[in-house]
Design a protein. Structure first.
Lengths: 231, 90
């Protein structure tokens, strides 16, 4: 399948995503944020980093890059979009995903391994995971504290939009295992139609032989399985 | 010309960890009477527009679209007339 990875000024995980997708035998194109040709991808990745230096609010300036208009059109036609870390922030600021990512509860940049529990393995991005599987995706962020109003949170739950929650290594979800203060331990969500995923943890940083369990591969494998079945 | 003085404020329902940290620091300095602290953003925007009503509309538009996130933030602003001579000093 074909991935397109978007590079904004300040992106720093674009090549990690590119490399993982390539190593998994996919065609991958790097797209500059000023480009308006997405190169006909099956899935678009908005990578991690610090687009525009995180000025004003993380992701808000990138939201006005020319490529975003194309991504909105692509997503509205059912195209798969995945925003990782800063990519998640760009998706919420673009209005493609609900909620907002605020500064971490303890005001610190956190860079560490993090256990997540798979809450919904029925999405295009998670079908290769076992239900309630505990996985290790590293986190590296200061603004990853997911917040949404009460009504929005009810909607997310009702529509099974919560895909990943922060947990213990045993899959226990509680405030004790919440690294950043996210409401309801939310680490990753999809939109209502299930074709846009945003998550703070980095699957692409645990998708190599040398990077540990390699759990990130399961996410990429889900996407590739979904696209193969669709074609 | 007008200078817009814009304050971007977290909604009261949203936890402000920065404000809490500052409040604890003030308490530890002995300022026990400090009851609450909220940290906000202050932005100045100069407009090349002479009609105050249009400036107001513009300020609200850019706050709604860019400067504030309606999920968590509200804003208020003041407009200050600025003479061309004053504006040129910058």
């Amino acid at each position: 399948m074909k991935y397109s990875v978007v590079t904004f000024p300040g992106s720093n995980c674009d090549h990690d995503s590119y490399y993982v997708a390539l190593k998994r035998n996919n065609e991958v194109n790097l797209i500059w944020h000023k480009d308006t040709d997405l190169k006909k991808p099956d899935a678009v990745i908005l990578p991690g980093g610090f687009s525009y230096g995180d000025y004003l609010r993380c992701g808000i300036i990138a939201r006005f890059s020319p490529v975003i208009k194309e991504i909105i059109t692509f997503a509205n036609k059912g195209g798969l979009v995945i925003g990782i870390c800063n990519g998640f922030q760009i998706l919420t600021e673009s209005g493609l995903l609900p909620g907002v990512l605020m500064m971490n509860r303890d005001l610190k940049f956190i860079c560490s391994h993090q256990f997540l529990r798979v809450e919904n393995n029925q999405t295009a991005f998670s079908s290769s995971f076992q239900d309630k599987q505990v996985i290790d995706f590293p986190i590296a962020h200061k603004e990853g504290n997911y917040f949404i109003g009460r009504k929005g949170l009810e909607d997310l739950k009702e529509n099974q939009q919560i895909v990943f929650r922060y947990s213990s290594s045993q899959g226990e979800v509680s405030e004790d295992y919440n690294p950043n203060g996210s409401i309801d331990n939310i680490a990753g969500i999809v939109n209502k139609t299930g074709n846009i995923l945003g998550l703070m943890p980095h699957p692409e940083r645990n998708a190599q032989d040398f990077s540990g369990s390699g759990d990130g591969n399961i996410l990429f494998s889900s996407i590739e399985k979904f696209i193969a079945a669709r074609v | 010309m007008f200078k817009a003085k814009i304050y971007i404020i977290l909604k009261p329902s949203v936890l402000d960890p920065q404000g809490n940290a500052v409040m604890h620091a003030l308490h530890s300095l002995g300022h026990e009477e400090v009851a609450d602290v909220r940290v906000s953003k202050y932005i100045e925007v100069m407009f090349n527009i002479s009609d105050e009503k249009i400036v107001s509309e513009k300020v609200e538009l850019i706050c709604d679209k860019v400067l504030a996130n309606p999920n968590t933030e509200t804003y208020n602003y003041e407009l200050e007339p600025v003479s061309d001579a004053e504006a040129n000093k910058n």
